[in-house]
Design a protein. Sequence first.
Length: 413
Amino acid sequence: MAGGPSHMETFDPKPKLDALHGKPFPDSFTAGQQLAQLQHERGGLRARGSSFTFSRCGLSGQMICDLLPHTQTIADDLCIVRSMHTEQINHDPAHAFMNAGSVIKGRPSFGSWMLYGLGAEADNLPGYVVLMSNGPGNDQPVSARQWSAGFLPSKFQGVQFQSKGTPVHYVGNPDGVCQSLQRQLIDELAELNGYCAERTLDPEIQTRVAQYELAFKMQTSVPELADLRREPRSTLDLYGIKEPGDGSFASNCLLARRLIERGTRFVQLYHRGWDHHSEIDKNLPLACKLVDQASAALVKDLKQRGLLEDTLVIWGGEFGRTPMGQGTGRDHHINAFSVWMAGGGIRPGLTWGSTDELGYRYLTDGQEMHVHDLHATLLAAFGIDHERLTYRYQGRDFRLTDVHGRVAHGILT
């Protein structure tokens, strides 16, 4: 959810903040703290309560905002983490930190680390696919470096599919080129690259051979994958898809499920439109409506197909929003935000971690979750020790969590 969803309007209700609405925000919370733009707010910092209600949902009784009625129906499948915190207060570096554990360019993304560590099960589709959809406005740009393989071999790079039309440009053969001629061309290129590989110890040559072969196989696999009209009407209705392949978040969620069941290791959906510096009471409901039904449908669909137990779904943004108002909205906030997870070795029906009574800062109670901790925990859910998944580069063994990371064993099954 690119832009930073407000935790106080989604998964972390704050009655005391609501009661303080419009009044000066206590200086004891903000003294010496890093703020994005609010230090320029005229008249001082003022508390902003939520305009929306929450309900206890499912047998687990998890608190979820009424803006997310479909998500409320899967409460017992979710682990909601309220104690997330990060180090980067602006969008692009915060995306990078959430994806790669670092803002330094050239570091591999989480998806690339996963593909490097576990490989992919499909040989006719990329192992790491990225899809993008737009929100109702306030759409922050998302740079391609967010799915970069960094210093890992480029075969672990994320591949962005187009959300509308054909997912991959030029996937078909040009006029006058048949499949057998294309096969002959790929074989000749592999042979020529093989001669080069014998003389040059460059892993990118083998990557090039493998990518030519993958591209040839995708000429058959991609059109079948992207044909969402093969799905029954009941499935399209479950996701709330009006026109299959229309570039919506709903279509992307269904395409993600189809990728997962065909062996793609890592699928990343970016939905923009969560940067609510103004008119949050108007724009937040619009943003929630665009993703709520499809997010819940993805979990339900994976579950009924027996895929959820070994597929981990993660929902969240790069940071949270301030409990202080910024005009009619909220500013960026690094000290507290929420994410939820479902499936893939994560305990369901659990709320993990807490923030203070005003939603300003995570509580140090053993359940706090830094981004490095999240990465370590996610890797552990897949049976990977984050301290041992390394790659040697420029004389040093690098890892996703750098020299940090604490596994939250309490949320693992």
